[in-house]
Write a protein that binds this ligand. Structure first.
Ligand code: NAD
Length: 356
């Protein structure tokens, strides 16, 4: 089980260290190799995704990723910015399926900005297509307009596009995930306005016929954004394109109270995956020892489940996380009166202890 460990920037190294510590006490045989990525790699090798880091990732069964980015790199040319590393890894590894669970732990119900009864027991899985859509579609760029409202004016443009196989493969992933849960899929689109998403809807409907045991419904993205805060528990598996998924998964993550609790997985067709917390590098708290490492630890659990075929170990970690929450241990982002405030390292140690 070869794991590429890419801590990255900001709080990345602090939270990844805790996940590595947890993996180390499972009694399993991992080959873990660490490499720089993002701003750290730019400093060390002049590029956010050096050849050697990419090679290590491609040759591994899974990548455990921290986070990349820092405001100090905002003035660099776009291809050299830390965030390009994650886009490069997705592209080169073909990571087309992004799993973002939004689970509201009962101990943290009060941390949500919604009323407790709306989020208690919430367990949504957002499946976002990750390598297509307007984020990757060509052509894109800047030019002088020859038509539109202001011919002769400077303009910028991007291209939204999806091919049938791209939609089919993410739809299969969603239906198969739903079969292991409550057998419901909501496909989110904008079919009323966009040709690309009328096509999306048609193809998902077609694929759905192969899964008669799964109930499929469709929802426009604007309504989905509204329903997520009005009645989030109506959703189970949500499948959508790259841009809508980007926005909706962040919205769903906040329902659970803290972004510091949410893991994610990005998988390719071979089952190779990149596992990272849903949050970024949090430069505002980096180096202070107060970042919540649980999203990264839970990402390691997803890695064991999806890429390393170690379901029992994945469940052990998830149970251990629930135990430390039940003990009342909290990093500052999820702290409330009556609980015990702990540091990043203390939280990692508590998970290790719960595993023992
Ligand atoms: P962010 O997710 O890093 O932080 C948002 C807020 O959440 C901050 O207040 C931060 O302190 C807090 N937070 C995040 N993770 C936390 C944790 N584990 N524990 C406690 N608090 C936590 O988003 P941002 O501030 O918009 O972006 C910061 C940098 O991260 C930017 O450079 C951005 O491009 C980058 N980023 C990287 C990724 C990635 O690596 N995949 C994803 C998103 C943003």
């Amino acid at each position: 089980m070869k794991i590429a460990v890419l801590p990255g920037d900001g709080i990345g190294p602090e939270i990844v260290a805790e996940a590595v510590k947890v993996l180390g006490v499972l009694g399993l045989d991992f080959d873990m190799q660490t490499a720089p990525v993002g701003g750290a790699a730019y400093e060390a090798a002049g590029h956010p995704l050096p050849e050697s880091t990419l090679k290590l990732a491609m040759e591994s069964d899974a990548v455990l990723f921290g986070a990349v980015g820092d405001w100090k790199y905002d003035t660099l040319d776009r291809p050299l910015r830390p965030e390009q590393a994650i886009l490069g890894l997705r592209k080169h590894m073909g990571l087309f399926a992004n799993f973002r669970p939004a689970i509201c732990y009962k101990e943290l119900t009060h941390a949500s900005s919604l009323k407790p009864e709306l989020v208690a027991g919430l367990d949504i899985l957002i499946i976002r297509e990750l390598t297509g859509d307007i984020y990757f579609g060509q052509p894109r760029g800047r030019r002088v307009a020859t038509d539109g409202h202001f011919p002769g004016a400077e303009e910028a443009f991007d291209t939204m596009r999806y091919s049938k196989p791209e939609i089919e493969r993410i739809a299969h992933v969603a239906f198969q995930a739903a079969q292991k849960r409550s057998k419901r899929v909501t496909s989110v689109d904008k079919a009323n306005v966009l040709e690309t998403f009328q096509f999306w809807k048609d193809v998902v409907t077609e694929v759905g016929k192969q899964y008669p045991d799964v109930q499929l419904d469709h929802m426009y993205v604007d309504n989905a954004a509204m329903q997520l805060v009005k009645e989030p528990k109506r959703f189970d598996v949500v499948v959508t394109g790259n841009m809508f998924g980007d926005i909706l998964s962040d919205e769903a993550s906040m329902l659970t109270g803290s972004i510091g609790m949410l893991p994610s997985a990005s998988l390719n067709a071979k089952g190779q995956g990149l596992y990272e917390p849903s949050h970024g590098s949090a430069p505002d708290i980096a180096g202070k020892g107060i970042a919540n490492p649980l999203a990264t630890i839970l990402s390691a659990a997803m890695m064991l489940r999806f890429s390393l075929n170690q379901e029992a170990a994945a469940q052990r970690i998830e149970t251990a996380v629930q135990q430390v929450l039940a003990q009342g241990l909290r990093t500052p982002d999820i702290y409330s009166e009556g609980t015990t405030k702990v540091s990043t390292r203390e939280m990692g140690d508590a998970v290790v202890q719960a595993l023992a």
